[in-house]
Write a protein that binds this ligand. Structure first.
Ligand code: AMP
Ligand code: MG
Length: 488
């Protein structure tokens, strides 16, 4: 039989994480499955990793299922802790196995992780498995986020396992192969600080700096610089989420990556009608992770990160606390600047004026009171299709439009340049919930064509192509609010 050799596939592992102390992981192999079947495969991601597409299509399923460990991989489950809905818990990869770190032809390093690969020492009461719906959902949303140019983990493949998963109902089991620049989380730092291990904390911080922030390694105060840089990246990420109406849904500290990538797509969803109070997750009954609350929670999580770094910031506890607080208080301003600049771009504004914030807030208020679709309002402004959004409160809208046009004309930029900026800042499509659900519904019965078409239009949401028009439509009004469920 045709066998695939290492060089044909291109696996090129270097597993630096296992060189950290043993507290940070447990060696564990994925649990083999009966009848794996490859249901979706991302050739673009494979190519960027330096992997052979044809070879993976032929024999990759065994690797993606955890039945075969590629040469050079050293499978582990990572330990971490986390504040889940505000409560601190020791966790760890309960259903994910990290195969190793793939070094790409351009020298980049990416974690290759199998999610849903079986039990690990951190599984607690769980079965270590995942159902097909949530794994395909992560595949779709993470790839859509990439298309929207938002830092994110990516998806290489989903396989079904041929084994049933027992939840409220019996569901087909599946495994997602996830690619991340790393899986180091705020919760990884909380875990080691929680154990009171200062030396190991220092090793983790040094490792993180080498891997994600090499430019600060010679800083006078490298750990304070790490805190500052993570705040910068997270503030930028949170602003990007808000600008496209993305709701993560479960922003626990174990789901916040130190790299600044969006990670752990569970009950996430995109907002259709603009409303800061939007919550989709069935378990978020208090609205902790509501759309409008996300930036605040980002800051809350970063304060937990700062706390976990305290032992490294200064020997004097009081001084360490002061240093941490000084950085954390900057978060709000950094977030706001990122968000304001993003909104300016959405409105075709190149420069900054003091009154921009007011102009933007007035628009959002109009969108809220008139229950307008968030994405399509900006698209309508981009293409001057104003009829739809002018239906209610005509006078108020006209006043606002006039103010906006005057503001645009003060910046001495051509209409073409303004439109270009708006086109590239306002997506034509987002993965709308009704479209994602429709794709997942038929996928559960073995038809992946709907999902394939959806992924195609989401590849470049800023293309504004004719094929995207149909996917830009908001859902029919429904009397049942849309709800998402955790992927467990
Ligand atoms: P999540 O809400 O997906 O971020 O997961 C929170 C924690 O629960 C993590 O430690 C997961 O590894 C763990 N977990 C989630 N689902 C399962 C499962 N089916 N079996 C074991 N552990 C799980
Ligand atoms: Mg998680």
């Amino acid at each position: 039989m045709f066998t695939i050799t290492k060089s044909e596939i291109g696996w090129n592992f270097d597993n630096s994480y296992v060189r950290l102390p043993k507290e940070f992981y447990s060696e564990v192999n994925p649990t083999p499955v009966n009848e794996p079947e490859l249901v979706i495969f991302n050739k673009y991601v494979a190519e960027s990793l330096g992997l052979d597409v044809r070879g993976l299509l032929e024999g990759g399923v065994e690797v993606f299922a955890g039945n075969k460990i590629p040469n050079g991989a050293k499978p582990i489950a990572q330990s971490y802790a986390g504040h889940q809905f505000g409560h601190f818990t020791m966790l760890g990869d309960g259903r994910a196995v990290l195969l190793g770190e793939q070094i790409t032809p351009t020298g980049e390093r990416f974690d290759i992780q199998l999610k849903g690969a079986g039990r690990t020492p951190y599984s607690r009461g769980g079965d270590g498995r995942a159902a097909i719906g949530p794994m395909l959902r992560e595949y779709i949303i993470s790839e859509a986020m990439h298309g929207l140019r938002i830092p994110t983990t990516r998806s290489l493949a989903v396989v079904t396992t041929g084994e049933p998963i027992y939840r409220e109902t019996v569901l087909p089991g599946a495994i997602l192969t996830r690619i991340a620049s790393s899986h180091i989380r705020v919760g990884t730092f909380q875990f080691i600080t929680g154990l009171g291990k200062r030396e190991e904390l220092k090793l983790l911080a040094d490792y993180t700096i080498r891997r994600h922030y090499p430019e600060i390694k010679d800083d006078d105060k490298p750990y304070l610089a790490l805190l500052r840089e993570v705040i910068n990246r997270q503030a930028a990420l949170l602003a990007k989420w808000q600008l496209v109406g993305f709701i993560h849904g479960v922003m626990n500290t174990d789901n916040m990556a130190i790299s600044g990538e969006t990670i752990d797509y569970g009950p996430c969803a995109f907002m259709d009608t603009y409303d800061p109070g939007t919550v989709f997750s069935s378990i978020d009954t208090g609205g902790r992770y509501a759309y409008g609350n996300q930036p605040y929670i980002g800051g809350w999580n970063l304060a937990r990160f700062a706390e976990s770094l305290l032992p490294l910031l200064d020997e004097n506890e009081k001084k360490a606390l002061q240093l941490a607080q000084d950085e954390i208080t900057k978060y709000n301003g950094i977030y706001r600047d990122n968000w304001l600049n993003g909104m300016r771009a959405k409105l075709g504004l190149f420069n900054q004026e003091e009154e921009d914030k007011e102009l933007i807030e007035e628009l959002l208020e109009l969108m809220k009171t008139n229950s307008l679709d968030y994405t399509n309002t900006f698209a309508a402004l981009t293409f001057d299709h104003l009829d739809g959004i002018m239906m209610c409160n005509k006078n108020e809208f006209e006043n606002w439009l006039q103010k906006w046009k005057e503001r645009q004309s003060r910046q001495k930029k051509s209409e073409t340049k303004i439109k270009e900026l708006m086109r590239s800042s306002n997506p034509a499509v987002i993965p709308r919930n009704h479209r994602v659900e429709a794709a997942l519904e038929v996928a559960a019965e073995g038809d992946y064509s709907v999902m394939g078409k959806l992924l195609e239009v989401l590849k470049d949401p800023y293309a504004h192509s004719p094929e995207q028009a149909e996917y830009a439509k908001p859902p029919e009004p429904s009397n049942k609010p849309y709800q998402t469920f955790c992927g467990t």
